[in-house]
Design a protein around this ligand. Structure first.
Ligand code: B4P
Length: 197
């Protein structure tokens, strides 16, 4: 099976509420540690931008602040990992995934167990400010007050339990994400250096 080529891959899941700075920090991490960065949100937005029938359905769900179906996200991530793996990538930052427990269970049983979960912790007040600021220029259908409120709910109900699950396995690296991008990255570096990737 083609997924056999992923069985030795080093995978770090990256989680945090909407606006916690996941995507931002992943760019910095990639530049320093040379991991392949796969953002479930970016993969979904690319699918929407393709104008496909499936893309149109995804757009409506993302606009509502809910999660798109498990199978679609897993397929997009698996295909992207296979492509990057074939190009030589050994380590992967999987950003914005797993958003619900079942996503993590399916990924780990069908592909490979994760090494660690990087969790960006920050208050909803700060996240909301960042998202509204981004919304002034991003053109993203989900950076508006009503959708942000729904995204916070989805995070509390579905994604928080994922973090608790991996805390129970001792895999969670928690970072205070309330500071500046540089401050947050300083903490991230200390933690990742200790992991000896
Ligand atoms: P995502 O694309 O993951 O959106 P996000 O949570 O807002 O994260 P993003 O990485 O874009 O932003 P960041 O916090 O870095 O998801 C969007 C939608 O896609 C979901 O609602 C869902 O519908 C769907 N989806 C995604 N993954 C899914 C999955 N696995 N299953 C099902 N559905 C899924 O940055 C936010 C802003 O803050 C930026 O403007 C940034 O510049 C700024 N910022 C970052 N760090 C800062 C700092 N330290 N100080 C000040 N500003 C900062």
């Amino acid at each position: 099976a083609p997924v056999d080529q992923l069985k030795d891959a080093k995978v770090i899941f990256v989680l945090g509420g909407p606006g916690s700075g996941k995507g931002t920090q992943c760019e910095r991490i990639v530049a320093k540690y040379g991991l392949a960065h796969l953002s479930s949100g970016d993969l979904l937005r690319a699918e929407v931008a393709s104008g496909s029938e499936r893309g149109n359905r995804l757009k409506a769900i993302m606009e509502s602040g809910e999660l798109v179906s498990l199978d679609i996200v897993l397929e997009l991530i698996r295909d992207a990992m296979l492509a990057r793996g074939a190009a030589g990538a050994k380590g992967f930052l999987i950003d914005g995934y797993p958003r619900e427990l079942e996503q993590g269970v399916r990924f780990e049983s069908e592909l490979v167990p994760c090494k660690a979960v990087l969790f960006f912790d920050v208050s909803e007040e700060v996240m909301q400010q960042r998202l509204l600021k981004r919304g002034e220029t991003s053109g993203r259908v989900d950076d508006n007050e009503a959708t942000i409120r729904k995204r916070f709910q989805t995070f509390q109900q579905l994604t928080k339990p994922v973090i608790e699950h991996y805390k129970g396995q001792g895999k969670v690296i928690q970072v205070d994400a309330s500071g500046s991008v540089d401050e947050v990255f300083g903490q991230v570096q200390k933690q990742l250096d200790a992991l000896k990737l």
